[in-house]
Design a protein around this ligand. Sequence first.
Ligand SMILES: Cc1cc2nc3c(=O)[nH]c(=O)nc-3n(C[C@H](O)[C@H](O)[C@H](O)COP(=O)(O)OP(=O)(O)OC[C@H]3O[C@@H](n4cnc5c(N)ncnc54)[C@H](O)[C@@H]3O)c2cc1C
Length: 446
Amino acid sequence: MNFVVIGGDAAGMSAASRAKRNNPDLNVTVLEKTMDVSYSACGMPYNIADPGREIEELVVRQAHVFREKQDINLLTGHCVESVDPVGRIVSGTSLQGKAFDVNYDKLLIATGASPIIPDLEGFDHPEVFALKSLDDGRKLKAYIQSHNVKKVVIIGMGYIALEMCEALRARSIDVDMVKPRPVFLPWMEKELADVVKNEAETHQIKLYLGHTIEKIDVENKRLKVICSDLVLEADMVLVAIGIKPNNELAIQASLDLGVKNAIAVNKKLQTSNENIYAAGDCCDAYHVVTGEKAWIPLALRANRAGWAAADNVCGKSVELPGIAGTAVFKVFDLEVARTGLTVDEASHFGFDPVKVMIKARSRAHAHPGASVIHVQMVGDRRTGRLLGAQMLGKEGVAHRINAPAVALHNRMTVEDYCQTDLAYAPPFGPTWDPTLTAANQLLKKI
Ligand SMILES: Cc1cc2nc3c(=O)[nH]c(=O)nc-3n(C[C@H](O)[C@H](O)[C@H](O)COP(=O)(O)OP(=O)(O)OC[C@H]3O[C@@H](n4cnc5c(N)ncnc54)[C@H](O)[C@@H]3O)c2cc1C
């Protein structure tokens, strides 16, 4: 049987490796349009922060290892341009300009997502960058290395933008951030978002909210980001306003699309054509709290979906329950995390949300060095279910969010959560874990 995978990063290479492990006799071909496979995009901001590290360190497994040790027919520099679901053939062109056709019995689309670049004047200047692929990171880092970059304007204020503002400050580069919407981290409770905003500003990041970007001009090698009521000068611009799923092949093959135009898949990762699977950033997933489809493009679910698609291709029957939208990122000295639904999302999905906001300590009462952990928790008044949590602090946040995340997967009530036996020792938190304190308070309100 021929199993063909389009896309050679997190979802695609996880699927190819898993399929070969499951069934060493399977013919597995991976078609990757770039020359890079299996790398950690998530590590790019931290790598860019450090001029002493090679960007190539982010490659998790080299292409030759997949070819020689795992017997995977990995074809880099092969861009797939069309899928014929009737003849079961994918076609495209190699970087050398040669046309190719590959037959499949089962196909996995793992084409990821692309950065959104506004269709405005000046966004095609060579000093305007996006950060999605390893090659984006390679070019951006090389540019900083070889040019005297003193000032960067970042368009966007999402998690990648915030990770990058820290990376650039680590290289003593001044950073302005600008975006059209007036609200900083709109998904976050304002009280918490203000803490993150303050953290960025404390590190000399200038934040310009509510400015519509009109174009980018270049004058004497200096860029000018022109907004309706503001001009920001820079040596380099980073566009980080979000990503969109790479769904072109699915559209061309008449597959159904789902949320945010991501490729629609069932819990087995099958698209609307039973022989074509999709995994990772290009497709949607079920949300474990709402039971509805969601598009939350993150790394773990891409890897896991790759495994599940491969298992199903190999004849095991695997269904993924879904995602809780658990995410964490770092901004300077702050850890910022969330899982599940915000109050607005909970209302949108028909829940009757109740929330609490508490502050706790990151270490026990008499233990030195404690800092504040902010916890916001959301529950449903009607069913008592826990619906979501947000958290931030200087320590003890990133992994603490995993407890409410597991509770969401198990559809626990707030009352159930209050009874969980969470770990305690003075260096790691108070006797009552901050999430338990929040849950106890929330229970009183439900
Ligand atoms: C800067 C940055 C930081 C991040 N940090 C985090 C984090 O901290 N935590 C987290 O969970 N997630 C993070 N992510 C997101 C995470 O990297 C993605 O969710 C993950 O890489 C998705 O994997 P994927 O395989 O679906 O897609 P991708 O990694 O995008 O891979 C898709 C592959 O398909 C190839 N391809 C596309 N079209 C074709 C075609 N037509 N023919 C052949 N090949 C094709 C592409 O070249 C690419 O190699 C981060 C992403 C970035 C950019």
